[in-house]
Design a protein around this ligand. Structure first.
Ligand code: ADP
Length: 278
């Protein structure tokens, strides 16, 4: 609990002028940076820095689902494994899966299963790996946002990207995108994920208590924030594809196709058959 002990109990998470411990206002996101296509071996990948969170996402598939008894003859499985690296937090984190990571993996799989065109790929699986390298609260939102870009990078057909964000309550104030200290000492945290084009909510969780009015305000804050995050996702994909197009332009020209091959050398005249011989 090293990194939370420095906060005295009486310290306010948000002061009278509405400024939070890290200097943000109630409706401000932490800085977000997204890169697509960061891993060569994966079919699709993305890296996100969201405040102090650092998260990698890799996607494989659609590929034959294993173990085989899990295969669905009618559709693809969408399987996610969320994992927090043992070095991602200052407290000792036991390596390997725990109840929390199993829960997060499940809700993220379900969120993506509702946007991927799973009927197009029976008996296969789309495998999503989310590795949290550095955690500072909001890692499921950061992981889901990165995984969505990785799915698009892998060319998996989807209805739209999925965008995620959380809002909660700190010092009695409904606020956007809680960091670790706010998550630990605040009253509530409510992560959500949305399909921006349709407005459909594909993940919604709540830790702590909010009144109906507070919940609605938290959702409004998150929905507005996801519009900006969606643009960052699209921008990461645009940069990825313009870099790929540039590489393709710079590559040496491919060998000529047969119709462009030079004609065979002329046969010597005396070897040409006489027309009458034909
Ligand atoms: P999220 O990261 O999606 O907000 P939680 O609310 O469960 O998920 O966790 C908040 C933060 O608490 C994490 O981002 C991480 O910084 C920290 N945390 C979670 N689980 C552990 C753990 N087992 N050991 C140390 N820190 C943890």
């Amino acid at each position: 609990m090293g990194d939370v002990e420095h906060i005295p109990k009486e310290l306010k998470l948000i002061d009278e002028s509405g400024v939070r411990l890290d200097g943000r206002r109630y409706d401000e996101l932490r800085p977000i940076r997204i890169e697509a296509g960061v891993l060569k071996k994966a079919d699709g990948s993305a890296y996100i820095e969201w405040g102090n969170n650092k998260v990698l996402a890799a996607v494989y598939g659609p590929r034959e689902a294993h173990p085989r008894h899990l295969q669905d003859p009618a559709k693809a499985l969408v399987q996610c494994r969320y994992n927090m690296a043992p070095f991602s937090v200052t407290e000792r984190k036991r390596p390997g899966p725990d109840r929390r990571s199993v829960e997060i993996s499940k809700v993220i799989s379900e969120a993506f299963a509702s946007v991927v065109f799973v009927e197009q790929f029976p008996r296969t699986s789309v495998d999503i790996f989310i590795e949290v390298l550095q955690a500072d609260a909001g890692t499921r939102c950061a992981g889901l946002t990165a995984a969505s870009v990785a799915l698009a990078d892998a060319g998996i057909p989807m209805r739209d990207l999925v965008t995620s964000c959380a809002s909660g309550k700190i010092g009695g104030v409904v606020a956007l995108d809680l960091n670790k200290d706010e998550d630990n000492f605040g009253e509530a945290d409510c992560p959500m994920a949305i399909v921006p084009r349709t407005g459909e909510i594909v993940l919604l969780q709540m830790d702590g208590h909010l009144t109906v009015d507070e919940f609605e305000r938290a959702m409004d804050l998150s929905i507005v924030a996801t519009k900006g995050i969606y643009e960052l996702q699209r921008d990461a994909l645009r940069r990825r594809y313009s870099a790929m197009a540039e590489q393709a332009m710079e590559a040496p020209p491919p060998p000529p196709i047969p119709s462009e091959l030079p004609p065979p050398p002329d046969m010597p005249e005396d070897e040409l058959p006489e027309v009458d011989d034909l």
